[in-house]
Write a protein that binds this ligand. Structure first.
Ligand SMILES: [Ca+2]
Ligand SMILES: [Ca+2]
Ligand SMILES: [Ca+2]
Length: 343
């Protein structure tokens, strides 16, 4: 009997490890640093062992301005994501970022705009200028054009002229308003080279059939900018590469604005003890009913999973009422702490 209990615990541990593995953040950078901090050679906030951004393209601006990675007219930045040490490069990866075209302009074609994706190599000894490949030269990924259209672009081999028969260039979606911040996210499978789960500002977009995203084509992960005018600047923020396919929104983010806050608590509270569509409106555990287990999960999500602060209440009516009554005070105290924290 004891053996069975141990086996069950082991199975639970393995399952939990598998779930965690499927959602691991392997690279994340929110570019919090002083204005002017160099991006080249920078380690992201969440980093692969020893990897740093490597520049390619022209010697245009690549630094941090206002908490964003800022790129000039032909500038690319990438990280090697090759297996190293205890880290093994995943075969299924999800890449996401917030992009802002800024003053990146010109007519739409293939790589013009801001690209989020992968490079097979960064430096081409045959490129001009020698040893410094153009930002898009070996790029495979999605490019947001100046008009807001989004293209799947691949194998940008450039030796003075585009090698058309090696280039894939397909419009897959668009942003109605090109200006301002936009989120781009998609998943690649290096065993098939396919792309899936494309989201533009959290709206799902039909993924085209492709075999572009091979292991070789995804040697580096990063972003680039290409404009028809010198001095133009585009911005990238919240650059993230996941192992596998993580949830589209954080746990507890009921209004899908990307953060877990008092508004989400209000949604949970207003649906307290109500039947709702599974996984929405305060129902975190997906059973279609908003109750104490959802509240407990929300509390953990709000605390960032740390589990400190309020004790998890037991599911008794009086405790539940007290817990719900106490949550705003707890949230308020947390917000005050956050506000006091020096930026
Ligand atoms: Ca930022
Ligand atoms: Ca929210
Ligand atoms: Ca529930």
């Amino acid at each position: 009997m004891r053996w069975h209990a141990s086996a069950l615990v082991m199975a639970a541990v393995v399952l939990e490890a598998a779930i965690c593995q499927a959602q691991t953040t392997i690279v994340q950078d929110s570019f919090t640093a002083s204005d002017g901090t160099a991006l080249v050679g920078r380690s992201p906030d969440v980093d692969l062992p020893g990897s740093m951004y490597v520049a390619h393209g022209g010697a245009w601006e690549r630094d941090i301005v206002g908490g964003n990675a800022t790129l000039g007219a032909d500038a690319g930045l990438d990280l090697s994501i090759a297996s190293a040490g205890s880290y093994t490069k995943p075969t299924t990866m999800t890449i996401s970022a917030t992009i802002n075209l800024g003053t990146v302009g010109g007519s739409d074609f293939s790589f013009r705009g801001i690209g989020l994706g992968f490079n097979s190599t960064l430096v081409d000894p045959n490129a001009y200028p020698t040893g410094d490949a153009l930002s898009f030269q070996h790029f495979t990924g999605l490019v947001v054009n100046p008009s807001g259209s989004v293209r799947l672009y691949g194998y940008g081999d450039y030796e003075g002229t585009l090698v058309a028969n090696t280039t894939v260039d397909t419009v897959i979606g668009s942003f109605a308003t090109p200006g301002g911040n936009h989120s781009v996210r998609y998943t690649v499978d290096t065993t098939t080279g396919g792309i899936s789960n494309i989201y533009l500002d959290s709206a799902a977009v039909t993924a085209p059939s492709t075999t572009l995203f091979t292991d070789a084509a995804t040697a580096y992960a990063g972003f680039n900018a290409q404009s028809n005018s010198g001095g133009s600047l585009g911005k990238v923020d919240n650059f993230t590469l996941y192992d596998g396919i993580p949830p589209l929104f954080p746990v507890g983010d009921f209004d899908h604005n990307g953060s877990v806050d008092l508004t989400d608590y209000g949604i949970l509270k207003s649906h307290w003890f109500q039947t709702v569509p599974g996984g929405t409106a305060g129902d975190i555990d997906g059973d279609g009913f908003v109750n104490i287990s959802d509240f407990a999960a929300f509390k953990l999500a709000y605390q960032g999973g740390g589990g400190t602060g309020l004790a998890v209440p037991t599911p008794e009516p009086t405790t539940m009422i007290l817990a719900i009554a106490a949550l705003p005070m707890f949230l308020f105290a947390r917000r005050r702490r956050l506000l006091r924290r020096p930026q």
